[in-house]
Design a protein around this ligand. Structure first.
Ligand code: MSP
Length: 529
């Protein structure tokens, strides 16, 4: 996706989640990825805005509310306050806004948008009969309709939910999606990174090349939704309503200045909802004469026991199950580093526990505590100056410089796992450097005092860069490390350190004092059998 000069707008979104599910680690994965990218850009000085929220209309919501003896509004209010707001704190998310599709700022401007597209001639009334999946909230294409097996023999089921489809026959309003086939194909050809990764772009292009059908965008058999402005016997189709959150949240229809400042957005979505974002959404915007998004990135699925993790298949894991044991930083680090962003990845407790111990506790945490402890022991807690530099010291400086540049380039490509891998070269190099230079042996020889100072300065300055570069991923541990390095007093707040300058050597001030550091990643008693 296009690179912006410093200070330019960076607007990034998560999908808005259906609150009828309790949040699981699949939702957490998307949200943490978006938060990591937003934190990076914010710290780079870009004019950053991160949006998340909930998708509260539609038949699925109405049915679960009714089944639970509540009105849909009571039901969503309860779920959003009891589950969806708190999970953001659990995951340590620094979102700038949270949109709910039942908010007036959204409903009003969905109507404005619909009216505008209607007035431009892209909406007409028609009849429709097709198989609908309430789980997907979608009329299913042939390719996603399967014959049911026990207990749904003889029925047609959804390929994603394995649940029976419902035949719906309704008078609906239709959006002329078919008219946008050529414009969409031209968009994909002109901007090959409009959809990422490449596999997602190929899938979308293939899909559009096969021809597009007009889209039913209203429903008249229930009323839990936004009314169609010219016909209040219809409510707007939930996906048409939901996609518009990205525009209404930043002022579409009522605060054009803010809209111009933020739009266009970068959308991060799971691959299950790629087509809505890469086909329908840009077509909707084209129909209204609005610029298309900056890009759409589809990440893979978290698999548990080889299957897409989902609550309905009883493989759902709540983020708090992991975070209560390992902490939010470990959750964030694990999912951002262990899974190639854009590919499926298997979650297992064993893998999480092993990486926590090897990479966070022994790799990063130990490096930080050894370095600060040695500065306390050998230099009364005062960071020593750097003396004469050897090739080995210079090598560390180069690794830090390259890691920072490579990580920033990876973030530009939205390759979060590659960014973490680039930064982690500093952890590995510094651990090797300490082992090779044996500061504990240098400390025994007064003649090596200057050399000891150089080695410990190098380690501490490397940690300074690590704290800055890793803070978008593991903000809590980096904040603790920042305080321990005494950097807050001399360099200011961690969040104010420009991330694109993190690789510039020599920022930590000799003469400043380090503070005691409790283990960043304490031992976790294994509860895994
Ligand atoms: N409400 C729609 C999205 C509307 S956006 C305008 C929706 N909601 S959802 O609650 O089902 O959440 C979808 C998103 O949650 C997925 O796109 C994905 O980002 C995330 N995930 C849900 N399950 C997941 C996995 N098992 N693995 C990875 N991500 C998953 O669809």
């Amino acid at each position: 996706m296009e690179r912006m000069p410093d200070g330019r707008s960076f607007y990034i979104t998560t999908p808005i989640y259906y609150p009828s599910d309790v949040p699981h680690i699949g939702h957490g994965y998307t949200t943490v990825a978006v938060d990591t990218l937003a934190r990076w850009h914010r710290q780079a000085g870009d004019d950053t805005w991160m949006l998340t929220g909930t998708d509260e209309h539609g038949q699925k919501m109405l049915r679960t509310a009714t089944a639970n003896g509540a009105t849909p509004q009571e039901w969503v209010d309860r779920l959003v306050t009891e589950s969806w707001f708190p999970v953001l704190r659990t995951l340590d998310i620094a979102n700038d806004d949270f949109i709910r599709t039942t908010q007036e700022r959204h409903e009003r401007n969905v109507q404005n948008f619909l009216q505008a597209v209607y007035d431009r001639g892209y909406i007409y009334a028609g009849e429709y009969e097709a198989l609908y999946c309430v789980g997907c909230e979608e009329f299913k294409p042939e390719s996603e309709i399967l014959d049911g097996t026990v207990p749904f023999e003889g029925l047609k089921v959804c390929a994603i939910h394995s649940k029976p489809l419902e035949m719906l026959h309704e008078k609906n309003y239709f959006f002329k999606l078919s008219e946008f086939q050529d414009d969409l194909l031209k968009l994909y050809a002109d901007r090959p990174d409009f959809v990422q990764p490449v596999s997602a772009m190929n899938e979308v292009t293939q899909f559009v090349k096969q021809g597009l059908k007009d889209l039913s965008i209203s429903r008249s058999t229930f009323d839990w939704g936004i009314k169609v402005p010219w016909d209040d016997s219809h409510v707007v189709y939930v996906w048409f309503d939901a996609l518009l959150n990205y525009a209404t949240a930043v002022g579409y229809g009522e605060d054009e200045e803010n809209f111009a400042r933020r739009w266009p957005a970068t959308h991060i979505v799971g691959k299950d909802i790629l087509r809505f974002h890469a086909v329908i959404w840009p077509a909707m915007l084209m129909a209204a004469g609005i610029e298309v998004p900056r890009g759409v990135f589809a990440h893979g699925w978290l698999l548990v026991g080889g299957e897409k993790m989902s609550k309905s298949k009883l493989t759902g894991i709540a983020p708090s199950e992991i975070i209560d044991v390992f902490g939010s930083d470990a959750f964030r680090y694990y999912f951002m580093s262990a899974i190639a962003f854009g590919h499926d990845g298997s979650f297992s407790w064993e893998d999480l526990a092993a990486r926590y111990q090897a990479e966070l506790a022994n790799g990063f945490g130990n490096l930080a505590s050894r370095t600060t402890a040695m500065i306390e022991r050998y230099f009364e807690g005062i960071i020593p100056p750097e003396g004469t530099i050897t090739d080995g010291d210079r090598k560390i400086q180069e690794i830090v410089r390259d890691a920072a540049a490579n990580a920033d380039a990876a973030i530009d490509r939205l390759a979060i796992d590659e960014a973490v891998a680039a930064i982690w070269t500093i952890v590995d190099a510094l651990n090797g450097y300490i082992t090779e230079n044996e500061p504990w042996a240098l400390a025994k020889d007064d003649a090596q005092r200057e050399r000891l100072g150089t080695v410990l300065y190098t380690a501490a300055e490397g940690l300074r860069a690590l704290a800055v570069l890793m803070s978008p991923v593991i903000p809590k541990a980096c904040e603790t490390l920042w305080i321990a390095l005494g950097a807050a007093e001399t360099l200011g707040r961690l969040r104010d350190q420009p991330i694109r300058d993190a690789g510039t050597w020599g920022q930590l001030k000799p003469g400043s004092s380090v503070n005691g550091l409790a283990p960043l990643f304490p031992r976790v008693e294994s509860t895994i059998d």
